[in-house]
Design a protein around this ligand. Sequence first.
Ligand code: R7I
Ligand code: MG
Ligand code: MG
Length: 360
Amino acid sequence: MSNIIKHIKMSKIDINLLKSKFRGSLLGSLLGDCLGAPYEGDRVTSGDKIIIQKYFDTLESPELKGPIRCYTDDTAMMKSVAKCLIDKPEVDYKYMAKLFVKEYFSEPNRGYGQSVVDVFSKLRKSKFDDIYKPASEQFSGSGSFGNGGAMRIAPVALYFYNNYEAMIDTAKKSTQITHTNTLGVNGAVLQCIAVHQALFYDCKELIKPEEFSNEIIKKIRAVEKENDDGLGIDDFNPYEDKMKTVQSFLNIKYHDELDEEVAQNLGNSIGAYESVPTAIYCFLRALNEIPTINNNNIFRRTIQYAVTLGGDTDTIACMAGAIAGAYMGEEAVNKYMGKQCEGYQEIIEMADNLYAACVK
Ligand code: R7I
Ligand code: MG
Ligand code: MG
């Protein structure tokens, strides 16, 4: 274990809360994806925010009968990561790659990124000979910096809740099957760290955004240091810097133009660098009231807020939801809203199987 990792302070986890937190996190990922998907690619106006409020209110209604909100690639791939961890206690990355490919070719219309589709075809054609080669060849050899690694990472944070070093290693290796660009890989690691950290907080105690983000900064600094060539010429801590921008946005009192500024500066696109810190920001902002959102539940507020930022709404809401669910647990998830989402029961069972696979 590297010295840097060893010195990160870990508070003790409450094992009694863990099962609910596993469910909460995977459901957060699912609900964010399903409920954010209809707005993917949109620019959201203040009028749209009122419509989104009504949309979320309606989804909580017991009387609402369908249509079921479908999940996208975010959940499809998250399910494969969870299945791999459940089936293979010693993580088998070739098996994970095969699950991704099988899932894609059985349901290709889930809104996958263009580059990742190409990786799946190459993996299948090469019979999984070298599972990291196709991804490493993308974008003239620099690899994809998309948020596809981050959007599916929550099961890794849960499964390795008590093994930080293995969690970081698995977050990297599972991402590299499709994304080898450092920004894509470390974006997934950052999201994994945030979900993992949220497990250690009891939702009866309100998280202090400053403290939570400082802890993340310390951990991502250690990860980014490993990419540093020691020459001091290039910037090797983009995520640490971006997390400091998250902190400065959290210190700004909410005003009408803030969301637009967040979308511009933190980003809301499909690049990991433009979306993972934004998802963490959504969770931390939603710990307190937001004037454009009329709801007291932190879990719902996080997902709804992520959707109102526009852009890559399914993925930012999925990532923010996974963090909020890991903090709040299943009890915070409105059941009627959950049942509107495709795969709701399946994800609950998956969370329980993941829990059984790692909590002895
Ligand atoms: O990262 P990935 O799995 O996409 C995830 C996103 C989520 O929003 C999902 O909800 C879904 O909508 O897609 O898929 P990739 O194809 O690896 O990356 C997504 C896109 O990012 C690519 O198709 C490119 O448009 C862009 N991209 C890059 N563009 C230029 N240079 C990723 N890496 C690069 C790059 O290095
Ligand atoms: Mg998607
Ligand atoms: Mg998306």
